[in-house]
Design a protein around this ligand. Structure first.
Ligand code: PHE
Length: 352
């Protein structure tokens, strides 16, 4: 009896130690403790059986059993420490900063394509000695029309479908509007300064218009005005020719045709030859097969406009022009719908 009990204690201790070696997590360790050292554990079971032995045997086997028990407890402590140290090392590993890793990309903003093109346009004129000025988007009829030789009731007012501000003055008229073009700044600038005048005016304009692929009810314009002694149509042509080549390449040709705007005389529209097909493709999407792309209206400032701001029309002449940056951006980048510019679609905006 004693012999077999001693043997089973030794065998159990060996099994327990062997199994302990292969344990490497806290859960399995606890299961191991319950199995071998718990109140209903295997070693406890053996020690309980001692009561059947006589006193001398009980003392011997009991001492061996207690020794085995404290041996296993020590082994348990040691393993438990090893496991928690390994765990700490693992966490430290995970948290260690690897300075050789590439950085995370920072999302950067960019300029709206209209802003980019407006800047390109104004840069071209600044390089030729023009200054940039800006003016109000809510404008008086006086500047938007009257001062531009478009009196009340003039049929040319139909050229600009106007959004009127809901304000009625003492005479019962609505004299305030959202500017339909940047041209009112011609009069505003000339009222402020004496020639020589050389300004470009970028800004937003509004028209009472149904939107489609080529029309928006709000859009940008860049206005230009040069007034001085002896300015001729040749200056207009030279300046706009230089501008076209800066924006669309040194190969470009320009074409001027007669057009009508009440505030210029003569009035023209300016086209460039098609940079996409050079006029050789009858089905070209950019020039629609014509070989020419219209990019702006222009002309010699009407003497009536100069007189209106008090300039001496015997002494001074000038030219003015107005162009649409969205249209230029559409041509440059092959954009087929002006509504993209205001839809705030990031898939569109991220391309520029
Ligand atoms: N303001 C005109 C328009 O909006 C364009 C223009 C400007 C024409 C200056 C001639 C001179 O249609």
């Amino acid at each position: 009896m004693t012999q077999s009990t001693v043997q089973s204690i030794e065998a159990l201790t060996q099994t327990a130690l062997d199994e302990l070696d292969s344990i490497d997590d806290a859960d399995s360790l606890e299961q191991w403790r319950v199995r071998f050292l718990g109140r209903r554990g295997e070693l406890t079971g053996i020690l309980r059986g001692l009561s059947q032995l006589d006193l001398e045997e009980r003392r011997q086997v009991g001492a061996l059993g207690n020794q085995a028990k404290s041996g296993l407890e020590e082994a348990l402590d040691r393993r438990s420490q090893e496991i928690s140290q390994a765990r700490l090392a693992q966490v430290a590993d995970l948290e260690r900063i690897d300075v050789t890793l590439p950085g995370r990309p920072v999302a950067t903003g960019r300029l709206h394509p209209t802003t980019q093109v407006v800047r390109e346009i104004t840069d071209a004129f600044v390089a030729m000695g023009f200054s940039i000025v800006e003016g109000p988007e809510v404008e008086w009829d006086h500047y938007n029309f009257e001062m531009l030789n478009i009196p009340q009731g003039h049929p040319a007012r139909d050229m600009w479908n106007t959004l009127w501000v809901d304000y009625v003055n003492e005479e019962g008229q609505r004299p305030m509007l959202l500017r339909t073009h940047t041209s009112p700044m011609q009069a505003r600038v000339m009222e402020q300064v004496q020639p020589p005048v050389r300004v470009v005016v970028p800004g937003k304009c509004y028209r009472y218009e149904a939107t489609d692929a080529t029309h928006e009810w709000h859009f940008y314009q860049v206005e230009g005005l040069a007034v001085d002694e002896g300015i001729t149509f040749a200056d207009l042509k030279g300046t706009l020719y230089e501008f076209a080549r800066r924006l669309f390449g040194s190969e470009r040709k320009v074409r001027f045709r007669c057009d009508y705007f009440p505030f210029v005389e003569p009035g023209v529209d300016m086209s460039i030859d098609c940079f996409a097909c050079d006029g050789s493709d009858n089905s070209c999407r950019i020039c629609r097969g014509s070989g020419w792309i219209e990019i702006m209206g222009a002309g010699m400032v009407h003497p009536q406009v100069l007189a209106g701001v008090g300039y001496d029309t015997e002494k001074y002449t000038g030219f003015a022009f107005g162009l649409g940056p969205e249209r230029i951006a559409m041509l440059k980048y092959g954009i087929d719908d002006i509504r993209h510019f205001y839809s705030n679609d990031l898939r569109f905006l991220r391309q520029f």
